[in-house]
Design a protein around this ligand. Structure first.
Ligand code: SF4
Length: 282
């Protein structure tokens, strides 16, 4: 979807809707009203981002698991630019477990913290080989025992490679759910538990993708593009960012701003351009 496609904003006028949201925010909101508003945000985001998806490229659970571990402290784009060469050389856990560490370090260097990450991914490849017959297990309890794999990584893998519903509490998710007053918690595990109470399980995985898409494209950490946001009428934090529609439009990222996305190999239906390979301009 292009920035222009995001026309819900101009249609009714941001300021009118924002005033309504602010009026509502003046009175304390009941739990029931908050849950209804949260579910409405989820429905509206589903219309804005019908193509929301994990932004790591992967072809099987092993690739997703490794890519997710590599994504710590860097962008999905950088991981996607790095993993093709890694998986070309080490396509299976057995291959990666038997690799020469220095060679792996060289390949994943662009993702940062490459020595620690090499230890993690080689350690988890060895654990997959030795304890799980070379397959990624599809259970939370097993996944979190693998080196370098926490609950967040486990949920990404379960939700996207095994179809098990899960909530991914990353930095975007944490910021947005607090801006929307869905929770006041700061701890990811507590946030996850509170959000799980608001939405049916069947929504968890896609809700996570939609919220993260919104956080990456529109509701940024430092300067949210409030003036170009399609859910201002549901947001108690409208005005935290740029409210001028023209200026806000310029803050939009990826396909919303007319730029390439993060995946070199985006799924069918993605309306933007694929990301360029490592070293290419674009
Ligand atoms: S961009 Fe602004 S209006 Fe939209 S969700 Fe974020 S804080 Fe709320």
């Amino acid at each position: 979807m292009s920035a222009e496609g995001n026309s819900a904003v101009g249609e009714h006028g941001v300021s009118k809707r924002a005033k309504a949201a602010n009026r509502k925010a003046a009175k304390p909101e009941s739990r029931l009203a908050m849950v209804r508003r949260a579910r409405k945000i989820n429905r509206e985001l589903a219309e804005v981002f019908p193509y929301a998806h994990p932004e790591l490229d992967f072809r099987n659970p092993f690739e997703l698991l490794v890519a997710t571990v590599l994504s710590a402290q860097t962008t999905d784009l950088r991981v996607n630019q790095t993993t093709p060469a890694l998986f070309a050389k080490y396509p299976t856990p057995e291959d990666l477990a038997a690799a020469v560490p220095e060679e792996v370090e060289e390949l994943i260097r662009p993702t940062g913290f490459f020595r620690a990450k090499t230890k993690s991914i080689m350690g988890l490849a060895a654990a997959l080989r030795d304890d799980f017959g070379g397959e990624v297990p599809g259970r939370l309890d097993d996944l979190v025992k693998l080196p370098g794999v926490g609950r967040k990584t486990a949920f990404v893998v379960l939700g996207n490679a095994f179809g098990v519903p899960g909530i991914t509490v990353d930095t975007h998710f944490m910021r947005l759910v607090r801006r929307w007053k869905w929770t006041e918690q700061e701890d990811p595990v507590k946030i996850e538990a509170e959000i799980a109470e608001i939405f049916p399980k069947s929504e968890w995985t896609m809700l996570s993708h939609r919220v993260i898409f919104h956080g990456r494209r529109i509701c940024h950490a430092r300067k949210p593009a409030c003036g170009a946001c399609p859910i201002t009428h549901l947001c108690p934090s409208y005005g935290e960012g740029e409210t001028d529609p023209e200026k806000a439009k310029k803050l939009l990222k990826y396909e919303m701003g007319g730029f390439p996305g993060q995946r070199l190999d985006p799924p069918p239906g993605y309306p933007g351009r694929p990301a360029p390979p490592l070293g290419a301009s674009g």
